[in-house]
Design a protein. Sequence first.
Length: 430
Amino acid sequence: MASTNPETLALHGGSYRADPTTGAVAVPIYQTSSFQFQDTGHAARLFGLQELGNIYTRIMNPTQDALETRIAAIEGGVAALAVASGQAATSFSVLNLTRPGDNIVSSTNLYGGTWNLFANTMKDLGVEVRFVDPADPEGFARATDARTRAYYAETLPNPKLEVFPIGEVAAIGRKLGVPLIMDNTAAPVICKPLQHGAAVVMHSTTKFIGGHGTSIGGIVVDGGNFDWEAHPERFPTLNQPDPSYHGAVWTQAVKPLGPIAYILRMRTCLLRDLGAATTPFNAFMAIQGLETMPLRMERHCANAVKVAAWLAARRGVTRVIHPSLQTGEAKRRADAYLKGGYGALLGFELAGGAEAGAKFINSLKMFYHVANIGDARSLAIHPATTTHSQLSPEEQAATGVTPGYVRLSIGIEHIDDIIADLDQAIAAAE
């Protein structure tokens, strides 16, 4: 597909055009566990990585392939891997490069589930995560040593909503031979991290890509723009013989296939062994959402800007957090990296603190009170007692969560109805 426009790529990008047997235009749900080989030679070539193709749905499936190639095209990457959830995508993106004793450097501005994964579970696996405030990009350089395997950050971190300095940190990493992994879940279409130097992009497809709150999923996109061989000592998982795959050296094994060492190892080792596979049905549902995602993002962003301005003028609201209202360096980054909108997420605090926040949540009529973002419908939650409740008060503060903070994910309903529901709920909380 020659187009680089996301509106077109969401419908036509990637490898799928029509089902070769039936001519079906919609991507079929290939609900099968395994696939017939042409002969023993064909099977041997597939297992030997001499040829790419379908072996077993835990590792690949045509429905999943259609989703993967389409999202890779939208992000500007060379290949992608769909997995069972956004958390699986985050875990795989890091575990693909690390062994016990290694470390990564992460932004402090993270979703609560990711913070807990990094601060606790990764530590239990022997991988240290060093947290750095992205307000000072040079902090990433200072935290880097010979065992640092990656930098990790969220484009539009939830809940702080201060855009990450992608280009600055990516440039630091490339000087030191460290790739930047970006979670772009909250900013599909409006940000292209690979264009700013990131090496890997991941999404929770549960959110804006799927868009309808029906299916869990995640995806990792390989930018194909990082030279893993230039620093072989930093990436032993890709540059040393892999005993789990006949001693394959991934950077060498993939050369006939393209610059896909990172994503192919993730598929043939981590997905094969850990089994966090998405289902053909969930991949199909993500495709249904993906096809209209660029249009929905336009409405999400337009509505959110209007809500942010309205909240900023509303009596009883003490603070509003949204990129459109930021100033200084935070606003500069928002304008530099977000094109076509400032995202659908916003936060605010009421004068009455946590008690008023709880009354507000309980008084909403149209907004849903759910632990999700990115639905077509508007959503609200109190992070301190839900999504970030497993963090200590100090950790909550580091991620931007205060006791009275309320997070909204603004949907695509009519703006008048969104504001009317917020207005009556705030009034009830006063």
